[in-house]
Ligand binder design. Structure first.
Ligand SMILES: Nc1ncnc2c1ncn2[C@@H]1O[C@H](COP(=O)(O)OP(=O)(O)O)[C@@H](O)[C@H]1O
Ligand SMILES: [Mg+2]
Length: 1017
């Protein structure tokens, strides 16, 4: 942006945030128009790309152009779809976060073209080996195939996508594409059997008839003229001047094998396409008794051959319906209309399911292969969403309802992620500002999708309700439930003016993008999407493998009703929203300049409408309400530092201070800018223009300085170092042929090695990284105790730290897996001991190397009676108990059970200490073995505190604390321990250092424990 600002007057601004009059829609459109006239079809609103369909080939998509955008900052260069592609790609690589690019706009605005350009950009610019190139090829080749089967000519767009597409491209850690996956949404199946005037069926039908050779057509029993097929004549538009069906046919036939279709699969696929055409030509007659019969027997013969089904079963299924009533199967004849709808339902189902199969097949071919998958768990994804745009036709039906609902959901996401996040950015940066109002379309989403009350629920209910239901009863139900909703109107509910433009069979939704009247005719049928069971049975038995995969036997057996079409669509949209929300979004907002698909024509009314419903003005207002321009401190400083002597050539202080110094030097007034926590926010575009102009003027001077210092630099000793590095490098890695250019890149890289990753230093930095990793691989520590690690170069310090942690974790996990249960128990206890005593008690270090034993007493040492009372396998240790009064020492055994501890005097249990009652365990910080068990003084059942001494105090206290669940209750007192002698009476043990261990009576009735110093070596 900044570098091209000199051209701003002639071609408007490249970023709408720089528009002075940012509240004016007229100024916005004027800027778009001026740029469009100059073939500048791309403009930013901050990071959102606005694209106007040029309807002509522009010279801006060459390989050289792609190279220009590689690795270049978003704002350094004129807006382009490649800039968005590159920026997204780099964000994925540097931030390691999944990305998605959401392309929206109405039909014909250029979404699909944009998505293709993005894919091509990745295919050309990403690093690739042969395997990846093959994948890139498959990714690209999947497009014409999907378009042949899923696109059609409509009034708005000669190549309109009649399905929604979300494509994930997966990249490995080097940034090379390694896999892809496509999700398809709601193909407009009704087009298979009917087209509006001036529209066509899906391209593939015409491609086959136009491009297929004579032999092929003969095998498929087809004639070349599309007019001969009922399913192709409804729109009365067999040819489209902008489309060459013949050439496209060739492209598709070439692409299919690349994506992995076998010859047989292609044949089966074409059989189905031809089968659908023959199905359309299957006609019915009405007998005298009202029975329906097939008048075109030859068609049945063709269908038998092409679809691989049984003739009489098909004949029967097209004219009869199988019902199950009270557990019994009944066959009932269809009347003439019913037979026609059954035939059309079959054609739609066959085509629709084949399309889904096709997508799955493509997915298999794009899938990450197993071995790559396993080595790529850390890889990242870029998602591309190219989904039908908001659509308003003369006659809007169920399909438009779904399409427009989808657009409402996407608008919600846009609000959520852009408008709201913009406002949140100010908050996180701690910048005060005024909230901007925008229309939140949640109310419309709710109107459509809310449980029980929303249009989809009402539609489902009406489809399932027993009794007479029809499209009109659905409309009445809508009126009853939704009457009064501000975004819902029907003829009955409308005022006089609106009533005049609405028919009685319509309901109107006030979408965020405008009003649309939907005709309810066909809503119930399309939502039901029913195919008679006997037709399904016929298809299950097909010997065409594609069809037998599409119609599964289990489906016929399953009595449960599948979900209705609208609900299925709603659920798949919910999933899509989840996918998109989990990624970092970028936006491309496509605009259609005229309805006539003509280059150079800019219809202001049409554009204004799109600007409005795409919410572009709101987007801009929010972006500008606070500040027109924001940049991270480092980026701002990096660009403008030559303008201030203190910041040039390098600023060594805090970034925020550097920016502050710089803008003070430039004379920014306080109201012109704010410093956030990590970014500078500039309020007016003018401020930025002035700064940019100053930089422009300074450039020759900077160039001179750089040249001079470069020459000087060459002379200096550092150069020798490079030479040495270069020589070593060449010996190992570079063939002589590329020696020269590699050498220069290497040196250049060395010079720029402290800069951010850029084309000048990428080679050098990659080499440094690579060498370090190679060296690391050879010198990884082999055991958890080995703390060595190769010293990383500054560039990879952070990565090295991560690797070190990972490697250590890995070794620890491996180690733990090998550990025996006994050893594990030991380690757990040792860890607890460390938590309690490490750096707290002097004799802890000595205990570390000694095993904790299961007991310190032999079985025979414990009195039999006691064993009988307490059971075996208790931890026990010999202790000395000091009387609370007089401190007379007495030998005792301390035994630990699961719920209490006991003090035993030879044969007698003298004291029982319930763990639940234990208030605390105190030890000194010295290396003595004294410990006190604190008991609640008010509890008459429990005796008062016990003053004890043990030679294994660390082990004993650890075990006791663990068994009692009182690890946090261990106190380590440095000087003395207070304890309760009796209710209200306190005793004290003092600890002092001395030459030998002694326990004596001290002054004032204290117990004095003299403890020798531990030898810490
Ligand atoms: N960037 C572009 N350059 C040239 N022509 C374009 C461009 N974008 C769109 N078009 C033209 O407009 C037509 C419709 O575009 P498309 O991407 O199919 O629309 P959408 O997917 O939004 O319905 C394309 O067939 C092509 O002729
Ligand atoms: Mg499209």
């Amino acid at each position: 942006m900044e570098s091209a600002l000199t051209a701003r007057d002639r071609v408007g601004v490249q970023d709408f945030v720089l528009l002075e009059n940012y509240n004016s829609e007229a100024a916005f459109i004027e800027n778009l128009r001026r740029r469009f006239k100059e073939n500048l079809i791309y403009t930013y609103i901050g990071s959102v790309l606005v694209s106007v369909n040029p309807y002509k080939e522009l010279e801006i998509y060459s390989k050289q152009q792609m190279e220009r955008y590689r690795g270049v900052s978003f704002y350094e260069i004129s807006p382009h779809i490649y800039a968005v592609s590159d920026n997204t790609y780099r964000a994925m690589r540097t931030e390691r976060k999944d990305q998605c690019i959401l392309i929206s706009g109405e039909s014909g605005a250029g979404k699909t073209e944009a998505s293709k350009k993005i894919l091509l950009y990745y295919a050309v610019t990403c690093p690739m080996n042969d395997h990846m190139a093959a994948l890139g090829d498959r990714l690209l080749q999947s497009n014409p195939v999907l378009e042949a089967f899923g696109n059609a000519k409509t009034l708005r767009n000669d190549n309109s996508s009649r399905f929604g597409k979300y494509m994930d491209v997966q990249f490995d850690f080097r940034g090379a594409p390694v896999g892809g996956h496509i999700l398809n949404y709601l193909l407009e199946k009704s087009r298979v059997v009917h087209q509006n005037h001036g529209e066509r069926n899906f391209h593939i039908f015409y491609q086959l008839l136009e491009g297929g050779d004579e032999d092929l057509l003969n095998t498929l029993d087809l004639e070349r003229n599309p007019q001969n097929y009922q399913y192709l004549v409804k729109g009365n538009c067999p040819r489209v001047s902008s489309i060459s069906d013949k050439n496209n046919w060739k492209v598709v036939m070439k692409a299919l094998p690349v994506i992995g279709f076998t010859e047989e699969e292609v044949q089966k696929l074409l059989n189905i396409i031809a089968g659908v055409l023959h199905l359309g030509n299957t006609q019915f007659g009405e007998g005298e008794e009202g029975e329906t019969y097939i008048t075109t027997e030859t068609q049945i013969t063709k269908l038998v051959k092409l679809l691989g089904v049984d003739g009489s079963a098909l004949r029967e299924a097209l004219t009869h319906k199988k019902l199950t009533a009270k557990g019994e199967e009944m066959i009932s004849p269809l009347n003439f209309e019913q037979a026609i709808s059954a035939r059309d339902a079959l054609a739609k189902a066959v085509y629709g399911r084949t399309f889904t199969w096709l997508v799955e097949k493509i997915n298999q071919s794009l899938a990450l292969k197993d071995e790559i998958y396993h080595s790529n768990k850390g890889s990242s994804v870029i998602g591309l969403l190219d989904i039908y745009g908001f659509e308003v036709l003369q006659h809007n039906s169920f399909e438009q309802f779904c399409i427009n609902y989808c657009n409402e959901k996407l608008q919600q996401l846009f609000i959520e992620l852009t408008l709201r996040s913009e406002q949140e950015e100010y908050e996180t940066e701690g910048i005060a500002w005024e909230t901007v109002q925008y229309f939140d379309n949640k109310i419309i989403c709710d109107l459509i999708e809310e449980k029980h009350k929303g249009i989809i629920s009402i539609l489902d209910e009406e489809c399932l309700r027993p009794g007479e239901t029809c499209d009109v009863s659905f409309l009445e139900k809508l009126e009853d439930t939704l009457g009064g909703h501000p975004h819902f109107v029907t003829h009955k509910l409308a005022n006089g003016k609106t009533r005049r433009v609405m028919s009685r069979e319509e309901f109107r939704l006030l979408h965020y993008a405008g009003e649309v009247n939907y005709n309810v005719n066909g809503f119930l049928d399309k939502n039901n999407d029913l195919l008679n069971r006997n037709l399904k049975e016929v298809m299950c038995q097909s010997d065409n493998q594609i069809l037998s995969r599409c119609f599964r036997r289990e489906e016929v057996m399953d009595q449960k009703r599948p979900e209705m079409a609208a609900t299925q669509f709603k659920n798949s949209l919910m999933k899509l929203m989840e996918i998109l929300m989990s990624k970092e979004p970028s936006y491309v907002r496509c605009i259609k300049p005229n309805d006539a698909k003509q280059p150079g024509r800019f219809d202001e009314v049409l554009v204004r409408h799109q600007v409005k419903y795409l919410g572009l003005m709101e987007n801009l207002r929010v972006r500008r309400a606070g500040f027109a321009y924001r940049r991270r401190f480092e980026a701002f400083l990096q660009r403008y530092k030559p303008l201030c002597p203190e910041t040039w050539p390098n600023w060594h202080g805090r970034l925020v201070d550097g920016v502050s110094t710089l803008v003070n030097h430039l004379g920014y007034k306080p109201e012109e800018y704010k410093l956030g926590r990590s970014k500078i926010f500039i309020r007016f575009p003018k401020t930025l223009f002035t700064t940019e102009d100053a930089l422009e003027a300074k450039k020759p001077e900077i160039a001179l300085t750089l040249q001079t210092s470069w020459r000087g630099y060459r002379e200096r000793a550092k150069y020798q170092r490079i030479r040495r590095a270069e020589t070593a490098f060449c010996m190992y890695t570079i063939p002589l042929v590329v020696y020269g250019s590699v050498f220069i890149r290497f040196i250049k890289g060395f010079i720029y090695r402290h800069e951010e990753y850029c084309p000048e230093n990428e080679y050098f930095l990659d080499h440094v990284r690579y060498s370090f990793l190679k060296n690391l691989r050879k010198n990884l520590p082999k055991s958890v105790l080995d703390k060595s690690w190769p010293t990383p170069p500054p560039l990879v310090v952070e990565a090295s730290e991560h690797l070190r942690t990972l490697h250590m974790r890995n070794m620890v996990v491996k180690y733990c897996r090998r550990v025996q249960p006994e050893w594990k128990k030991q380690m757990v206890q040792k860890v607890v001991a460390s938590e309690i005593f490490k750096d707290q008690k002097d004799n802890y270090p000595q205990s570390v190397g000694r095993l904790f034993l299961d007991s310190r007493l032999e079985r025979e040492q414990i009195n039999l009676k006691v064993v009988q009372t307490l059971g075996n396998d208790k931890y026990g240790a010999s202790v000395t108990k000091y009387d609370r009064r007089g401190f007379k020492p007495r030998p005792r055994q301390l035994l630990l059970t699961n719920t209490f501890a006991v003090l035993v005097d030879r044969t007698k249990i003298k004291q029982r200490i319930d763990y639940t009652a234990l208030r605390g365990i105190s030890v000194s910080s010295l290396s003595d073995g004294m410990f006190v068990l604190h008991m609640p003084s008010e509890d008459s059942k429990q005796k008062a505190d016990a003053v004890l001494q043990c030679d294994h105090v660390i082990e004993l206290v650890t075990k006791l604390a663990m068994m009692a669940g009182k690890i946090d209750y261990v106190n380590i007192s440095p000087g003395s321990i207070r304890f309760t002698v009796a209710r209200g009476k306190e005793g004290i043990i003092d600890f002092v250092r001395g030459s030998e261990m002694k326990v004596t009576k001290g002054k004032r009735g204290h117990l004095l424990v003299t403890v020798p110093r531990t030898n810490t070596t």
